[in-house]
Design a protein around this ligand. Structure first.
Ligand code: ADP
Ligand code: MG
Length: 1074
């Protein structure tokens, strides 16, 4: 049972999975409540889960699946069909069965766009179409890897062949293609025009009626590529070669050759471009048909012959045969005096036949006019009557044509054959003649209708009966549906020893004078009271009126058909006389030779009759079909006159009835739309439930139960059979299917992610391992380094300690490094900590023992360097200054209290500029270069009064000047001492050698620049050694022989006064400690 054998499809998913990223089992399906719906095209809308509503929304005209009809009446059925037909909607479903109504006009629904639309889309998602069925069969075949067939049935002219062509075209376009596949595809497509040219003809029912049955297997490989094909043909209506009813034509190829054949070719074949010229083409009196363009078709056929690998020689032979048949038809016999047929072997037509078939003209002439009877050892020639001769001629024409047709089919099969031993799946297309009822129905109609009867039986078996039986077998409750089982008619025709075919064969084989009428009598004897058999003799009065004497009527499932027995025996025998056969075997036309040698080798044995052959080929066909999954297309003919837009209700009602569509519909509605073997169902959908994915360990049935419960199926939605699950509504299945579709992607993504993760992890692990390895190596390197470093450090430290311990000893190996280190270290530290100024005597790093000496040298060097730097940087003035300061220092440092404060004050060149010295004075001492002058206060010798004076030192003497006068001149030679106190006062006493009492004695003065004055004087007068720092008092000689004393003391305030004892009292403050 194919996957999509369900009655309808709402293209909607009720599962919330569409709207979230969860896997289906993470969000169980809930139906049929209204829910957010995503259609497979990706739009989402809020739709009530109403199949009819949804279908109506999609296809406003009628109901697109009869299963959804409100009532199952024939009227409703017809009405729906009519409604749709009026809008050119010719296709309607009954579940997966496709009902097609022939529109008799071109509809724009078979283009590439439409094909693309239906490709890979769920069966019920789009309006019904033959492409949907073809696509569904194809995809089911691919997914289940099994064989299928599409049974196209309907009466002649209902559109079966067109349907099969549409399917073939669909596969040609939709299947994957490669250059190689394209040739297979072209061959399959092109086999059609060839077979149609040779096997189709215009009949009263159909301008392009297939006069043979055709079953074509399209073989697909596992990829879905069409890789080969095979055709089985059934019972070509050969009688048409020699006879056509009024309004009908012979097979198309004759007209095509005459209309389209090139001049040369016709000439070569001895033909004239005129159908009227050939008696095999003129009986129907309609060589030209408006709907047929023979000229164009000729081109197509010629091209197609090339495509199917028929080479030029064979093509020539093929047309030779066609032409020979036409010539044969024109062979006329004349009766001689005895009424025997005569034929002149100079007869032009005969010569053409012998020419074209490559057989001897004389033998042919003989074969057509005499029968060779073998009597014991002799051969006797028995002449034919003219009628008999015509019969033999026609038999020859039919035989040649019939065999050629079979040869063609074989050649096509050879060219489409796929020899690849790999397993292939097939889709079979069965386009077989439809049920036929003409005014006069002969052996052919009998066979054709029998075939339809068999196919109906198969259909019943496969659908109705099988359906019921399956329900029973599966223990599923079933309300029996009444249907007509046509087995009774099949049996009537085919039953061994009792059926019509058996009776016919018996009559054919029976010795004695068997005729068509004796056959009828036999039938009447045997079938006497069979409810489906009537003859003139057996009929009641009323019926008898409708029957001729040579007629019998069968009540087929499709209706009554009256057959005329005339020709039944001959047609069933289909015999060629031996001498004709012998003739043909000699043929130089290779096709003819091949045809006959292959089939008629055992000439002695009587071949099976046509009906028996047909019966067994139908049996074989049934076997082929039963082993495959079936798809059905039921073609209905909208009207008999083949007009577009006409909907003949009576005709269609009749077809609906005999095609059993109502029964099929009832079965469909009564039962469950879908069923699947547990393991198959579980295998397909197990991913939808965590308990069944990825493996179900228990019984498949239990797994399915778990699965459907997880999916939220309602109990009335499904039934669990013995081996299968039955699902009532397609919507349930489709929601499941859609969820599965969605889930597949998610699973694929998951698997992909997992795999990627796995790969990435592997990669990561590898990298990590590599990293660890590198790290380990690196660590090893580091550790070894560290170890070496430590060992080295230990050595160094040891050496260091040893060195430390022996640092005081002379340099030996043990301490040499340590000492070097100590030295370097000391020197480095010393470098950073050198004293910055010469005065800094304290900053000097104490040296280690080994460097004491060095340090001292360095220290001295450094100081010398600093001194040198300092000295170099000193100006002459500064030098003089410092020299003076040095002298001052040697005289006063540590002796006079006020000295320290004076050190910082630099000595001036002089304190009184020459301008401030009176000119007279300057005049007076002009010869003595003035070295220094300073203002001071002189203490009178008598009373110690203070007088401001200038003291000027020249080269030779010191002068005390009061304005213009030099008050005292002290020659340096006479200067015998210079005294100052040790206190902070600034009293200076210049002791002068004084012999003369008139002369002024020691000079007592006070000068703020005491140190400067004394220093200068001592330098100028070179009297450093006479400078005295007195303590307590200074004795002085005011005049020669007159002494006085200056007493020094300290007090809070400085003061100088004369004491009562006549001494000069000097009170000095204490110097502030520094
Ligand atoms: N789908 C169709 N669309 C248009 N015309 C069709 C269609 N099917 C059949 N016909 C017309 O009906 C005629 C008979 O169809 P055909 O397939 O030969 O009938 P069958 O094989 O059943 O005897 C075709 O020649 C064509 O004109
Ligand atoms: Mg046909």
């Amino acid at each position: 049972m194919p996957l999509c054998e369900v009655s309808t499809k709402v293209p909607l998913v009720t599962s919330p999975v569409c709207c979230c990223n969860k896997l289906p089992w993470e969000a169980p399906l809930l139906w049929p409540q209204p829910s957010t719906i995503c259609c497979s095209r990706g739009t989402s809308t809020e739709v009530e889960m109403d199949m009819e509503g949804a279908l109506n929304a999609r296809d406003q005209v009628g109901i697109q699946d009869f299963v959804l009809l409100d009532e199952t009446s024939e009227a409703a059925f017809l009405n729906n069909l009519k409604k749709r037909f009026s809008k050119d909607l010719i296709y309607t479903y009954i579940g997966t069965l496709l009902v097609s109504v022939n529109p008799f006009k071109e509809l724009d629904i078979y283009n590439k766009k439409q094909m693309d639309l239906y490709m890979g889309v769920n069966f019920f998602e789009l309006p019904p179409h033959i492409y949907a069925l073809a696509d569904n069969a194809y995809h089911t075949m691919l997914s289940e890897f099994n064989n299928h067939f599409i049974l196209i049935s309907g009466e002649s002219g209902a559109g079966k062949t067109e349907a099969s062509k549409k399917i073939l075209q669909y596969y040609a376009v939709s299947c994957p293609s490669t250059a190689l596949l394209n040739t297979v595809r072209d061959k399959m497509l092109m086999s059609n025009p060839v077979l149609e040219a040779f096997g189709n003809a215009k009949t009263l029912k159909n301008d392009n009626s297939s006069r043979f049955g055709k079953y074509m297997d399209i073989q697909f490989d596992s990829e879905g590529d069409a890789v080969g094909g095979h055709i089985l043909n059934y019972l070509l209506e050969k009688s048409r070669v020699v006879h056509q009813n009024h309004g009908e034509r012979n097979f198309h190829i004759f007209y095509q050759l005459l209309e389209g054949g090139e001049e040369d070719l016709l000439h070569q074949l001895g033909l004239e471009r005129d159908c009227q010229h050939y008696s095999y083409l003129t009986q129907g009196e309609c060589p030209v048909v408006p709907s047929i363009n023979d000229k164009n078709d000729w081109k197509t056929v010629k091209n197609a012959l090339q495509v199917i690998d028929i080479d030029a020689i064979n093509t020539n032979h093929l047309f030779g045969i066609v032409a020979s048949v036409l010539h044969l038809g024109n062979v006329k016999f004349e009766p001689d005096g005895k009424g025997h047929a005569t034929l002149n072997n100079k007869n032009a037509e005969l010569r053409w036949v012998s020419n074209l078939l490559g057989i001897d003209a004389h033998s042919l002439q003989e074969g057509l006019t005499y029968r060779k009877i073998e009597a014991k050892t002799d051969q006797v020639l028995s002449p034919f009557t003219v009628d008999h001769a015509v019969f033999v001629r026609d038999a020859l024409a039919k035989a040649i044509y019939g065999h050629t047709f079979t040869w063609l089919v074989n050649r096509i099969n050879e060219s489409m054959e796929n020899t690849d031993p790999l397993r292939k799946t097939v889709i079979g297309l069965l386009d077989i003649y439809g049920f036929e009822v003409f005014n006069i129905n002969s052996f052919e109609q009998f066979c054709i209708n029998y075939c339809n009867e068999k196919l109906q039986q198969l259909f019943i078996q496969l659908t109705l009966k099988a359906e019921q039986e399956e329900y029973q077998a599966e223990d599923i409750e079933w309300e029996p549906v009444q249907f007509f089982n046509n087995k009774i008619i099949c049996d009537l025709v085919e039953e061994r020893h009792r059926g019509i075919i058996s009776v016919l064969d018996e009559e054919c084989l029976r010795p004695g004078e068997a005729t068509d009428l004796t056959f009828l009598e036999r039938l009447e004897e045997k079938m006497g009271n069979h409810p489906h058999f009537v003859s003139h003799k057996l009929a009641d009065k009323k019926t008898r009126r409708t029957l001729e004497r040579g007629d019998f009527r069968l009540l087929h499932y499709a209706g009554e058909v009256t057959y005329c027995v005339v020709g039944f025996l001959d047609k069933n025998n289909d015999l060629l006389y031996q001498n004709i056969k012998d003739l043909i075997w000699q043929s130089k036309n290779s096709i003819v030779r091949q045809c006959f040698t292959s089939t008629d080798t055992d000439s002695k044995r009587r071949p099976e009759t046509v009906a028996t052959q047909f019966k067994s080929s139908l049996l074989k066909l049934t076997e082929i079909l039963v082993a495959k999954d079936a798809w059905y297309i039921r073609c209905l003919k909208s009207n008999e006159s083949r007009k577009s837009g006409q909907f003949d209700e009576a005709l269609i009602r009749h077809q609906i009835k005999y095609l059993g569509l109502m029964q099929h519909l009832r079965v469909r509605r009564a039962g469950f739309a879908y069923r699947r073997k547990y393991d198959v169902f579980l295998q397909r959908y197990k991913a939808l439930c965590p308990a069944t994915w990825p493996h179900w360990r228990g019984e498949p049935a239990d797994g399915v139960l778990v699965l459907v419960q997880h999916l939220g199926y309602f109990p009335n939605e499904y039934k669990m059979g013995r081996t299968k699950i039955f699902i009532r509504h397609p919507r349930t299945l489709y929601a499941t299917e859609d969820a599965f579709e969605k889930c597949k992607h998610q699973l694929a993504t998951r698997l992909q992610a997992k795999y990627k993760g796995y790969r990435a992890k592997g990669e990561f692990r590898k990298q990590k391992e590599a990293a660890t390895k590198i790290e380990t190596c690196w660590r090893g390197v580091q550790a070894r380094k560290e170890r070496d470093k430590r060992a080295w450090a230990v050595k160094v430290i040891k050496q260091f300690i040893k060195g430390y311990m022996t640092r005081g000893q002379a340099k030996v190996t043990d301490n040499s490094e340590y000492l070097a280190f100590v030295r370097q270290n000391y020197l480095n530290r010393l470098k950073e900590n050198l004293p910055k100024t010469v005065l800094d005597k304290t900053t000097w790093l104490s040296p280690p023992q080994v460097l004491v000496e060095t340090s001292e040298i360095l220290r001295k060097l450094h100081y010398r360097l600093m001194v040198r730097k300092y000295v170099r940087g000193i100006t002459p003035q500064r030098k003089t200054q410092l020299q003076m300061k040095f002298i001052a220092s040697s005289m006063f440092k540590g002796k006079k209290e006020s000295y320290p404060q004076s050190v910082a004050q630099s000595f001036a060149e002089t304190r009184i500029s020459e301008r401030d010295i009176n000119a007279r004075v300057l005049q007076m001492i002009r010869n003595e270069h003035i070295k220094y002058s300073v203002p001071m206060i002189k203490y009178d010798r008598n009373g110690f009064k203070t007088r401001p004076r200038q003291l000027i030192f020249t080269q030779a003497a010191a002068y005390m000047v009061e304005d213009t006068r030099i008050k005292q001149r002290i020659l340096y030679t006479a200067l015998k001492g210079i005294s100052v106190s040790n206190l902070t006062d600034s009293i200076i006493v210049l002791h002068v050698a004084c012999e003369d009492p008139k002369e002024k004695g020691d000079l007592v003065m006070q000068c703020n620049h005491l140190f400067e004055l004394v220093t200068k004087l001592s330098i100028i007068a070179n009297k450093q050694n006479v400078v005295r720092v007195a303590q307590g008092s200074i004795k002085m000689e005011i005049q020669a022989g007159r002494e006085s004393v200056i007493e020094f003391s300290t007090g809070p305030e400085p003061n100088v006064y004369k004491a009562k004892n006549g001494h000069l009292m000097v009170v000095a403050t204490r110097a502030r400690p520094r």
